[in-house]
Design a protein around this ligand. Structure first.
Ligand code: NA7
Length: 537
């Protein structure tokens, strides 16, 4: 596809990001015979699993449902060691994949893209990196993910703190000494919930600052025996097919009945069973109306509240850990191992920020409205500018120099989560309105496959440029918003809606339809390409 004209771009395609979806997209585009370069900000591959190296960082999809399904070799040669693999194992996995598929020659590490500008004359993209290099390509694929731009809290004076402070998503490569230290953790989302029990028994004292409690589900993680590894390998196609059919791409699928169709005893029995099952079973194998009927949701929320009261000895602390502003799974539930028990330790204190807000950071630690607290280390488990955040960190301009920042000012607008009107030849994998609160690689591979087939279509017909039509984009925006409107997700404040970022306009960032609906929409759009305009020069 590379043209010989002097204006020809250097590459057919540039993929931004070498995480789970970026690596797969690179592999597939290269298979198509394209010249492809991947630009990755990190010094290694793995994306989320390169950056989030904090103690306790771990998957919350079952490992064997998260890895790549397209390759029998990868399935057979790689052995997971736990139901929910930890960060070091995941980082090893992505390095293994990069080597196995010989992806490294096409990946430029330590390369952060600062800007991406579309040039209408050549129908190509010019990318500039933060260190001043320039790359050009016919297509650009943003595989920057939905949870890759860390969100820092606005705490006055943090730079004056004489100890160390770290964001969980920018955790240093060198060991962070926590043993015997006075540590503060701000944030009790999935990252905080994994981190807190992992360090509670090492530190001298741990103070947890909680803005909003979360409903957590027990992960019930376990190490694999040799028999289980062999069994999973022998059944990998069956597991793949299961994950293809479930709404969220996990191994879990909801029941047919309503929580209100059965007796209180039957409900209790099911909740006990799910409480003891792995991972997201409690949210994803639950009654069908868990997220559509508040009364149904209240039944499981009350069940979990009771569990928290049983596990946390101090009733006042237990009460602070029980969410009051939302029901279970109305936000992505963190998976926990001994999280609640951490608060039974003498060296762990929970501070609810609504009762005792942080005023500022001091040289010694943090000043709250009630006292000065001294710390050696402050850990910010404060999450991400999710959804549009990672792409909007890059200065992106499209046709006529229009900025994506302006186009998305009121929230994301895409067609199928893969293209944006006014930004020709710019594809997205696992970004706004296509990315999901489900199993991210499963939706990402659908998008990557669609993009590859679309580029094949263009290649076969000699097309240079693809644009989404405004009518089709409008219909998709309506559809994507419609997938969440009637659910209880829309009643909670979460990163799904950008509510965690000060000043960000509330808008649904993801796609909440089922995997099968999404797949059929992609299939339909790729059959005749009626929603796109192609140009040959
Ligand atoms: P989350 O889930 O966004 O959690 C971030 C936590 O940090 C959450 O408790 C926030 O409270 C809290 N937060 C954010 N900003 C502040 C400030 N300024 N002050 C105090 N506390 C704050 O991010 P995670 O990294 O834990 O997990 C992200 C996803 O990764 C997760 O959903 C899984 O899918 C995997 P809030 O609830 O906003 O009041």
């Amino acid at each position: 596809m590379t043209s010989t004209q002097s204006t020809a771009p250097q590459f057919d395609a540039i993929v931004i990001g070498a995480g789970v979806n970026g690596l797969y997209t690179l592999y597939r585009l290269r298979e198509l015979g394209l010249s492809v370069r991947t630009l990755e900000a990190g010094a290694g591959v793995g994306g989320t699993w390169y950056w989030n190296r904090y103690p306790g960082a771990r998957l919350d999809s079952e490992s064997y449902s998260y890895g790549y399904f397209f390759s029998e070799e990868i399935q057979q040669e790689w052995s997971w060691s736990e139901e929910f693999a930890g960060q070091p194992e995941l980082e090893r996995y992505f390095n293994f994949v990069a080597d196995r598929l010989q992806l490294r020659p096409d990946i430029e590490l330590n390369t952060r893209v600062a800007s991406a500008h579309y040039d209408a004359e050549t129908a190509s993209w010019t990318l500039r990196t933060t260190d001043g290099r320039t790359f050009t390509a016919r297509f650009v694929v943003f595989a920057t993910g939905i949870l890759s731009r860390p969100l820092f809290p606005e705490i006055t004076g943090l730079d004056e703190f004489s100890g160390a402070y770290h964001h969980t998503a920018l955790w240093p490569h060198e060991p962070v000494e926590l043993a015997g230290k006075r540590v503060a953790v701000i944030g009790t989302g999935a990252s905080g919930v994994q981190l807190i029990p992992s360090i509670a028994d090492q530190v001298e004292h741990l103070t947890v600052f909680q803005r909003t409690p979360n409903w957590c589900a027990p992960s019930n993680n376990f190490h694999f025996s040799a028999e289980r590894v062999a069994d999973l390998k022998s059944r990998w196609r069956e597991i793949r097919d299961t994950c293809r059919e479930t709404p969220g791409g996990f191994i879990h699928s909801p029941r047919d009945e309503s929580a209100l169709d059965v007796s209180a005893d039957e409900r209790q029995a099911l909740y006990e069973k799910l409480w003891n099952a792995t991972g997201l079973a409690l949210s994803h194998s639950n009654f069908r109306d868990l997220l559509t009927n508040r009364e149904a949701n209240d039944t499981v929320s009350s069940f979990i509240a009771e569990k928290i009261r049983t596990r946390v000895h101090n009733p006042d602390v237990a009460d602070q850990l029980i969410p009051k502003d939302h029901g279970f799974a109305m936000k992505r539930p963190p998976l926990e191992t001994n999280y609640y028990e951490a608060y039974n330790r003498d060296n762990v204190e929970l501070i609810s920020l609504d009762k005792e807000p942080i005023v500022r950071a001091t040289e010694q630690g943090l000043e709250t409205t009630r006292r000065n607290l001294d710390f050696d280390v402050i850990i910010l488990a404060t999450g991400f500018h999710a959804g549009t955040g990672p792409m909007l960190k890059v200065d992106i301009t499209g046709e006529d120099g229009a900025a994506l920042q302006d186009y998305w000012a009121d929230g994301p607008r895409t067609l199928l989560g893969v293209l944006v009107v006014g930004f020709p030849n710019m594809f997205i994998v696992s970004g706004p309105q296509g990315g999901t609160a489900g199993n991210i690689p499963r939706f990402g591979e659908l998008q990557a496959n669609w993009i590859v087939e679309c580029v094949r279509h263009m290649k076969e017909r000699g097309y240079q440029k693809i644009e989404a039509t405004p009518e089709a984009e409008e219909a998709w925006v309506e559809h994507a918003i419609g997938t969440v409107e009637k659910t209880l997700l829309s009643q909670a404040n979460s990163w799904y809606f950008g509510s965690n970022v000060p000043g960000k306009k509330r808008a649904f960032q993801l796609y909440a339809g089922s995997q099968s609906t999404y797949r059929s929409r992609l299939d339909e759009a790729g059959r005749e390409y009626q929603d796109f305009k192609f140009t040959s020069e």
